[in-house]
Ligand binder design. Structure first.
Ligand SMILES: C[S@@+](CC[C@H](N)C(=O)[O-])C[C@H]1O[C@@H](n2cnc3c(N)ncnc32)[C@H](O)[C@@H]1O
Length: 320
């Protein structure tokens, strides 16, 4: 497929994504996923990857779909040769692998507090028959508060962080953003995605365990925990089944999810932008996704409508 055709497919997807009314149309989701899969298969064929083998929705979303959104947002930046890319908070490393294979001339480094990336080779072999991870893909485990430059060096063209910034301890946020500034190339780009934002309908990150919108803001702690405890996990959604879900007991999974919930930093998207601006960044692009559920009136008295509705923010920052 010609470069221009590939780009117009991705532009088409991003226009669909921005139109919240489309989500209500029958068959919209199927059409959107079919177009996206076509685009991604073309992009990954060069690396010998056949997405038809992928059976796991979590893997597909992180290996193919999320990197495609990063690539689209940073498309001008990623045109160059030998770009250095940092995946901050890489978790299981699936997304970093997707970025590396979708950008074969780049060098991708993943960092995280944990070492879940150690299972990546086995997962990639199972899901896409990959025999060895690319040599250009590297991972580093860091301590909270450790200077990023000492772990991964500097001169990055692109730093992205996917579903991480709502999990970072409040007292680490400023230091991390300042670190991004010092390890980013002067023309570099930082992309931050957060979903779901805390005040949005499923901002508790308990979707699948508690399906009522804004339950975490409407129920007290005991009621919320009781709902989680009583949940039948056989009904759990495929796209929520991460490595933890597949590797531990239902009870341990529920406990882990509740402990993640209790450590969410509750960041709002305007606060995110202010934090970056204070550390020498300016916004280059913002994409937001809005929830369309009816907001209970008692919440509108306590939380701004904008925070209750915005469930995803995806922002590109440059140095100012
Ligand atoms: C919800 S997971 C997202 C992982 C991955 N980005 C993904 O989308 O699958 C959040 C990750 O952020 C990492 N994290 C949280 N605080 C961090 C910090 N200060 N430094 C590095 N990683 C951090 C956690 O260890 C965890 O792996």
């Amino acid at each position: 497929m010609q470069h221009k055709q590939k780009r117009s497919l991705m532009n088409f997807i991003s226009v669909l994504d921005r139109n919240t009314m489309l989500g209500r149309l029958p068959y919209y989701t199927k059409l959107r996923s079919a177009v996206e899969k076509l685009y991604l298969q073309r992009r990954l064929s060069a690396a010998g990857i056949d997405l038809a083998f992928v059976r796991d929705q979590w893997f597909y979303d992180h290996f193919a779909a999320a990197p495609a959104r990063i690539n689209h947002m940073a498309r001008k930046k990623l045109k160059g040769e030998q770009q250095r890319i940092l995946d901050f908070g890489c978790g299981d490393g699936i997304m970093a692998l997707g970025m590396q294979l979708q950008n074969p001339r780049a060098r991708v480094t993943g960092v995280d507090l944990h070492d879940a990336h150690k299972c990546l080779a086995e997962t990639a072999h199972k899901q896409i028959q990959l025999h060895a991870l690319p040599e250009t893909l590297q991972f580093h485990q860091v301590q909270a508060g450790e200077k990023l430059e000492s772990a991964v060096g500097k001169g990055f063209d692109l730093i992205y962080s996917w579903s991480v910034f709502e999990h970072i301890a409040r007292d680490c946020l400023e230091g991390i953003i300042a670190d991004f500034h010092s390890i980013l190339d002067k023309d570099g780009l930082v992309l931050i995605q957060i979903a779901p934002l805390y005040y949005s309908p499923f901002g508790s990150h308990l979707l699948g365990l508690v399906d009522e919108p804004w339950a975490h803001l409407l129920l007290d702690e005991t009621e919320l925990r009781a709902k989680v405890a009583g949940r039948d996990l056989t009904e759990f959604r495929d796209d929520q089944k991460n490595l933890l879900f597949t590797s531990c007991s239902g009870n341990d999974f529920k406990q882990h999810m509740l402990s993640e919930y209790s450590t969410l930093n509750r960041i709002r998207y305007r606060e995110l932008i202010t934090l970056f601006e204070e550390k020498g960044f300016k916004v280059a692009k913002i994409r937001k996704k809005l929830a369309n559920q009816r907001i209970p009136s008692q919440l509108l008295q306590k939380v701004a409508r904008e925070d209750l509705r915005t469930y995803e923010v995806f922002v590109a920052f440059r140095k100012s």
